[in-house]
Design a protein around this ligand. Structure first.
Ligand SMILES: Nc1ncnc2c1ncn2[C@@H]1O[C@H](COP(=O)(O)OP(=O)(O)OP(=O)(O)O)[C@@H](O)[C@H]1O
Length: 639
């Protein structure tokens, strides 16, 4: 391995934590003020032993009782001042923590939206969720508490130890000497904790993935009676998390042992020596009193160092995990000089397009190996091919969900990589077989691609409706899209088009979800419509109605439709046959039936597929089946 191939060394905890600065920037003044308040609290606390020492050596030793009350009042005043500064510190640092928390979550969300689909294919959603939620919270806790207390306790320790030396250099030196091993143990435990903490956080991400997947796939698990299998997976992962947490807990317990034992033994040794020195008169009782009062105050900061260090280590790992996502480059970006795609007739051209997935092994050939295809403005082209031939992959390239490996895709003569993705995606709309909906009202789901219709008119109270789609323009688009997609059922939902669809639309049937997803694509009023078998879950009667309405839309729109059913092929002006990574033939259905053996083979396999999935109880099905069979027979006879 060459030097350049070696992984970059892990940066120090300090450098790793410094990366939070851009998110903290605006909050620095409040954090700094919080730190100052905490420092005042520490200084006030440390001055109490001075007052006590003075009282013991002064008024108490001389019997001047008149001085006792004022001195007690001073100590009380210092106590009140300390409480006030602690309150101030908490109030000041609370805001910055939540501010940074919000900024970090926004940043990771925006980045996740921009990352290409290939990134999301690779990353588990639970890992992303735990980074955006759990890790960001860990950083907030450290920022609101950990860093301030670490700084203040550090300063308290320095001032406190200096005071011990001033009270009595011998006792101070012995106390310091006995406390030194603390730093050795802290460093040792820090390294061990760092590894365990990262492991625990990663395992929690995996656990979140399992929970997310089993909730998401609850219907399948129930249908196959595999809830116990999912539980086994969860138990196994939970036990891995538990083992790591236990190991972490044991390491922390070991650290705590030394954190308590070392200062206590330092305390004991200096106490014995201090009493001996006081008995010889080398040190006054008041000074000894102040020495131990200070040492007692120092116990808290010394002991909390371990906890604060583990909080810091957790925050460092959380930040590393956060930046694992944020540092992932956005591979599909607008070019520097990208312009908006101008309105045009809507021609779509694939020019010698090659494509392979990033993680494909070197031994496998490209999925698409030189696709050349022209879809004329207003034309409807069906894309037909065997399962796994790359139809979905080809459609995904049209909106740059993936970029071509080589070759070009042109819309109205312009390479889609030369225009802004935003404008491209308003000109090209997609509907997929897997119709994902969001936990939003029907209206918002259907008008998702119409950012131009967000807002609407103020309501009766004059308030703006916020980020919702409303107004006459939005209503017209919504109604037309629902009509074409035969999704009128949505108007009969309990709150009509304002009904919030359950998570991912799971409260709707597969066919209802597909119709809403189709309405969503139609609502964009694109010049190019790309449909990846979006009618597969519909019964044949509804499919025929949707197709009839679609024909009206498609008459003015360029369309590329992945067809898995002969009835979908019937929608098209021409058919492109995708086979072994290339467009093997293009022509009308009749032409291809005549001249292409591959096409006849593919169609007969689609036919079987269709018969397996159609609702044979429907009269329409029988009619369509008969029509198609007759067509096929005629064509076969003509051969
Ligand atoms: N995200 C991905 N990463 C790696 N390989 C993928 C990815 N998505 C699809 N593939 C592979 O690419 C090939 C083509 O898949 P694609 O989904 O485009 O086929 P298809 O023709 O649409 O299939 P179907 O008709 O079954 O829907 C398949 O071998 C598939 O395993």
């Amino acid at each position: 391995m060459t030097d350049s191939a070696l992984p970059a060394p892990r940066p120090s905890t300090f450098r790793a934590l410094l990366r939070i600065y851009p998110f903290v920037q605006g909050a620095v003044p409040r954090l700094a003020l919080g730190g100052v308040a905490a420092l005042f609290a520490a200084v006030v606390a440390l001055s109490i032993p001075l007052a006590l020492g003075w009282m013991v050596d002064g008024p108490l030793a001389s019997g001047d009782t008149a001085q006792i009350l004022p001195t007690a009042a001073v100590v009380l005043g210092l106590g009140v001042a300390e409480a006030f500064f602690v309150f101030l510190r908490r109030a000041l640092v609370l805001g910055p923590g939540t501010h940074v928390d919000g900024k970090m979550r926004n940043a990771i969300y925006v980045h996740l939206q921009k990352l290409p689909v290939s990134f999301h294919d690779k990353w588990q959603s639970g890992q992303l969720l735990s980074r955006a939620m759990g890790d960001v919270s860990t950083v907030r806790r450290w920022l609101s508490f950990g860093i301030v207390m670490l700084a203040v306790n550090g300063i308290t320790i320095v001032i406190g130890f200096t005071m011990l030396f001033v009270f009595n250099p011998v006792l101070g030196a012995i106390f310091t000497l006995f406390s030194l091993p603390l730093f050795f143990f802290s460093a040792r435990f820090q390294r061990r904790l760092e590894k365990l903490s990262r492991r625990a956080q990663d395992q929690q991400g995996d656990l979140a993935t399992i929970v997310e997947e089993s909730v998401h796939g609850i219907r399948i698990l129930k249908a196959f009676g595999r809830e116990s299998h999912a539980l086994e997976g969860l138990t196994e992962q939970a036990s891995a998390v538990r083992t790591t947490e236990l190991l972490k807990g044991r390491t922390m317990a070991g650290m705590w042992f030394w954190l308590l034992f070392i200062p206590d033994s330092a305390f004991a040794v200096t106490l014995v020596l201090g009493i001996a020195l006081a008995s010889t008169g080398s040190v006054t009782v008041g000074t000894l009193f102040a020495f131990f009062a200070t040492a007692t105050i120092l116990r808290g900061p010394i002991q909390s160092i371990g906890f604060l260090l583990s909080l810091t280590i957790d925050a460092r790992n959380a930040l590393d995990r956060f930046f694992d996502v944020l540092d992932t480059p956005i591979s599909i970006l607008d070019a520097d000089n990208a312009l908006d795609l101008a309105a045009g007739k809507g021609s779509l051209v694939f020019d010698n397009v090659h494509f392979r997935y990033e993680d494909a092994s070197a031994a496998t050939p490209d999925i698409l190996r030189g696709i050349t295809l022209e879809i004329l403005p207003g034309e409807t082209m069906a894309l037909v091919g065997l399962t796994g031939s790359g139809k979905t992959t080809l459609t995904a390239l049209t909106t740059r969900l993936f970029d071509v490996t080589s070759g070009r895709i042109l819309i109205d003569g312009t390479d889609i990589r030369d225009v802004t993705a935003g404008s491209l995606r308003t000109r090209v709309a997609m509907a997929f077989e897997d119709a994902t909906l969001f936990s939003l009202p029907v209206r918002e789901n259907v008008l998702l691609g119409r950012a131009d219709l967000v807002g609407g008119e103020p309501d009766a109270s004059g308030a703006m409706p916020g980020v919702t789609h409303s107004g006459p323009g939005a209503e017209a688009v919504l109604n037309q899209a629902l009509d074409v997609a035969q999704a009128g059922f949505a108007r009969d939902l309990p709150r009509g088009l304002d009904t919030t669809i359950g998570e991912e639309g799971l409260s709707l049937s597969g066919g209802q979800r597909q119709r809403l997803a189709l309405a969503r694509a139609i609502a964009v009023a694109p010049s190019i419509l790309v449909l990846d078998d979006p009618l597969s879950a519909l019964d044949v009667t509804t499919e025929a109605m949707v197709e009839e309405a679609l024909r009206r839309v498609l008459a003015t729109t360029t369309a590329l439709i992945v067809a898995h059913r002969p009835s979908t092929v019937a929608l098209a002006d021409r058919v492109a046959l995708l086979h072994e990574g290339r467009i093997e033939d293009v022509g009308t259905h009749t032409e291809l039936m005549k001249r292409s053996e591959t096409y006849r083979y593919v169609m007969s396999s689609l036919d079987e597929e269709a018969r397996e999935t159609t609702n044979t109880g429907s009269i329409k099905t029988v009619e369509l089946e008969r029509e198609y069979r007759a067509l096929t027979r005629d064509e076969e006879a003509a051969l």
